[in-house]
Design a protein around this ligand. Structure first.
Ligand code: SF4
Ligand code: FES
Length: 260
């Protein structure tokens, strides 16, 4: 049965408020989601005041500043710091995005809230459990599948064929899109979600791939593909400006075309 309210131990409570730094020139308030499985208890909002003149321009800079100078126990993922690895995705000011390319001055309001990507189990603080997300990515077999013997050099593509991959290959697998999708919230165990389906289309449309029929068979199911209801949150939040909903619509079109 669908559970419509959070279990008691998942409800957020007010946590610690850290003192304001003395002599700050440009103060900003950040409310950050905290949860520690070792400590137990309910997740909480901790409040931090940061002097923005002391850190870089991005939300990730603020988190690194807090970790280095205020609370070293704050946990979050990051790697490249330039929008290519996808690991720093989180919910900032109510929208999913990546923290390393989101400027704190782009977030409206006196207080900036920072929470983990929604509707995923939380490992700790801002670190969500992406096990299911990666399993769904693996399910679409995101690699070239061919029957033709391998050429001596590269698999060739015309310029037009290569252009078909634009708007698809740029995905950094940050999971912002899937975790912003209400269909994915309700059926994340059965619906593959926008990110995995964008990848599925990326290989369906690749002129070098020879497993199109097999790939479509793998998506022919009431849930895996067809739970997309064109809500479009995915396209709105994607930090790389991609449109997973459009890719999903194109897969649906391929499904129709092969039976007609
Ligand atoms: S489509 Fe965009 S939002 Fe979705 S995983 Fe890829 S980069 Fe992230
Ligand atoms: S740290 Fe790599 S995308 Fe943000």
């Amino acid at each position: 049965m669908v559970q419509l309210t959070l279990p008691r131990n998942s409800k957020l409570v007010t946590g610690k408020t850290w003192p304001k730094p003395e002599g700050a020139a440009k103060l900003k308030k950040f409310k950050i989601y905290r949860y520690s499985p070792e400590e137990g208890g309910q997740p909480r909002w901790d409040t931090f005041w940061v002097d923005l003149t002391k850190c870089g321009p991005m939300v990730l800079d603020v988190l690194i500043y807090i970790k280095n100078n205020v609370d070293p126990s704050l946990a979050f993922r990051r790697s490249c710091r330039e929008g290519v690895c996808g690991s720093c995705a989180m919910n900032i000011g109510g929208n999913n995005t990546i923290a390393c390319t989101k400027g704190w001055d782009e977030v409206a309001g006196n207080t900036i809230t920072i929470a983990p990507l929604p509707h995923l189990p939380v490992v700790r603080d801002l670190v969500p459990d992406l096990t299911n997300f990666y399993a769904q990515h693996a399910y679409v077999q995101p690699f070239l599948k061919t029957d033709t013997p391998e050429p001596e050099k590269e698999w060739k593509q015309s310029e037009d064929q290569r252009n078909e991959l634009n708007g698809l290959y740029e995905c950094i697998l940050c999971a912002s899109c899937s975790t912003s999708c209400p269909s994915y919230w309700w059926n994340g165990d059965k619906y593959l979600g926008p990110a995995a389906l964008l990848q599925a289309y990326r290989w369906l449309i690749d002129s070098r791939d020879e497993a199109t029929g097999e790939r479509l068979d793998d998506l022919e199911d009431p849930f895996k593909l067809y739970r997309c209801h064109t809500i479009m949150n995915c396209a709105q939040v994607c930090p790389k400006g991609l449109n997973p909903a459009k890719a999903i619509a194109k897969i649906k079109h391929m499904m129709v075309e092969r039976v007609s």
